[in-house]
Design a protein around this ligand. Structure first.
Ligand code: UDP
Length: 315
């Protein structure tokens, strides 16, 4: 049985990955410092090691008996990264160097890394391919790009998966694994919790798009994790591949609101607000490489992401 170290396995995406990996017959060690994750999200079948990427000894201990790593751990708030760039570099980049060093000590040479569309910065291509210029516009994206480069230089077998907008939820054997960020900044959870007294703020209605609101590419977290499992099987010796994960199409903020209204059967209170600093108008992934290299295609549409997000939040 393959034993995988999942860093960040107490977070929204990492806990979903852990549950699905067990369902597929893998064994998982979860490594998480619980700075933003939740202990109760860690699958009960997993061995849980509470530790930080900044603690090399804890990493070495957690890796005992593992054959590969899926690396989700890291700081992930764009706004916070602008305020604390050194922290983002330290935790994400130095922390990943510690992880690679600990892997080398154990002779573990396989990693699937959670990279981000934020590595591309203001897009020059639509859709964005893996060949598009990577020029991040915030320290979070810069830290993910620095890690991608570090992994390339390390010579290990690696696939960096550049996520676009992840949404939806997975119902594991013990219940829904909901998106639970604090503070929550993501559109779909905020749309679902908007009320008359606390309406959703639409960040900009004067963008150069059909309805004036930003377009993003949403992918269901379960489809996303499928790609990680396929990536584990597609790792090639000493080769580092970069692969976008999205749906290949986009929805505007207003389209997301109206889809949510159909799913919820009520209106979503929303107010027009100024643009959010650093937002590009449109971010859509080319998923041609994900399909050709991994044989991956997402199968869950926006409505399914919304329905699963709703179900995960009401439990
Ligand atoms: N957005 C919005 N109001 C909010 C949160 C997000 O209008 O309260 C917009 C945001 O400007 C972007 C899209 O929704 O165009 C998705 O934002 P999110 O923060 O979910 O993901 P990002 O694209 O920043 O990774």
């Amino acid at each position: 049985m393959t034993r995988i170290l999942v860093t960040g396995g107490a977070g929204y995406i990492g806990s979903t990955a852990t549950a699905i990996l067990f369902d597929r017959g893998y064994e998982v060690v979860v490594f998480d410092d619980l700075s933003t994750g939740h202990a109760d999200a860690v699958d009960s079948r997993a061995t849980f090691v509470q530790g930080s990427l900044l603690d090399p000894a804890a990493l070495r201990n957690a890796l005992v008996g593992c054959q590969a790593v899926i690396h989700f751990a890291g700081k992930s708030l764009v706004g916070e990264s602008v305020e604390k760039p050194e922290l983002y570099h330290h935790v994400n980049v130095d922390g990943t160097q510690n992880l690679l060093d600990a892997m080398a000590i154990h002779g573990i040479d396989k990693i699937v890394f959670s990279s981000s569309a934020a590595t591309y910065g203001q897009p020059v291509d639509d859709p964005i391919t893996e060949e598009s210029v990577a020029s991040p516009t915030n320290p979070y994206g810069a830290s993910k790009l620095a890690i991608d480069k570090m992994i390339s230089a390390s010579g290990i077998s690696a696939i960096s998966l550049r996520y676009f907008n992840v949404a939806g939820a997975y119902e594991s054997k013990t219940g829904w694994l909901a998106e639970r960020h604090n503070p929550e900044t993501h559109l779909i959870p905020l749309v679902l919790r908007a009320t008359e007294s606390n309406p959703l703020k639409i960040f900009g209605t004067d963008w150069d798009t059909a309805d004036g609101t930003c377009i993003r590419d949403y992918v269901h977290v379960v489809d996303l994790i499928e790609a990680h499992i396929l990536a584990l099987g597609a790792l090639q010796p000493h080769l580092h591949e970069i692969v976008n994960l999205g749906s290949g199409g986009g929805y505007s903020v207003r389209q997301v609101i109206s889809a949510a209204e159909s799913v919820l059967g009520r209106t979503v209170p929303a107010v027009e607000s100024p643009r959010r600093a650093g937002d590009p108008a449109t971010l859509v992934a080319s998923i041609v490489k994900a399909n050709s290299l991994l044989g991956w295609k997402p199968s869950r549409e926006l409505n399914s992401m919304l329905r699963d997000a709703v179900n995960s939040q009401v439990q």
